[in-house]
Write a protein that binds this ligand. Sequence first.
Ligand code: MG
Length: 253
Amino acid sequence: MIPVKNAHELEQMRRACRISALALKAAGEAIEAGITTADLDKIIYDTIVRHGARPNFKGLYGFPGSACISVNDQVIHGIPSKKVVIRPGDIVSIDTGAAIDGFNGDNAFTFGCGKIDSEAARLLEVTRESLYRGIAAAVSGNRIGDIGAAVQAFVEDNGFSVVRSYVGHGVGRELHEDPEVPNFGKAGRGPRLVCGMTLAIEPMVNQNSHVVKTLSDGWTVVTADGGLSAHFEHTVAVTAKGPEILTVAEEEA
Ligand code: MG
């Protein structure tokens, strides 16, 4: 059963998502050589709490941080650590969310530290654009498969690969709700999209092979071949006016 939000619930979603986006933005602006991923996690925690919300990643399935912070060949679920120091040229994927008044936001962005090499820059650009291709397909009457097909086509046309082992998801009263939102697949397949659905669309894109593995910490997912990986995510509502990105970093008026 895919939850559908009414107008009031969508307003609550916008609030949770806005705080999620502000936290992500604050961490991105703090990235510089020498900062640790624990420092970035603290910035995220503080931003979310300052806005009266709760870091919804913290404690979920036992995850220790307020954000998953994944560097270079790490795909997702990197654990914030004082031992992980960001260096010039690193790419840093940050995934975080906030909950307030019973609703959740979820978003991710891959930032570069200083000047990154041209192939890394292209990976970030393609992954970010693939997210927007997916969002454009999140239209009432379409199917879930239309989103993944749009993402996959763009990524593969540009010579990169879409991670298969992890997918996007519905988001609302729970951080992870139905349906699954794969970043790959066939157009015209899967559940029909209707107005009021809220989806976390989140392409994870690898430089080389899409195959990933999990490190012995039980969390950190890395590319199997050591290539780079990028991750961009928005929480999006399907509305009568088309897809609405909810994770927008605007201060409250
Ligand atoms: Mg997500």
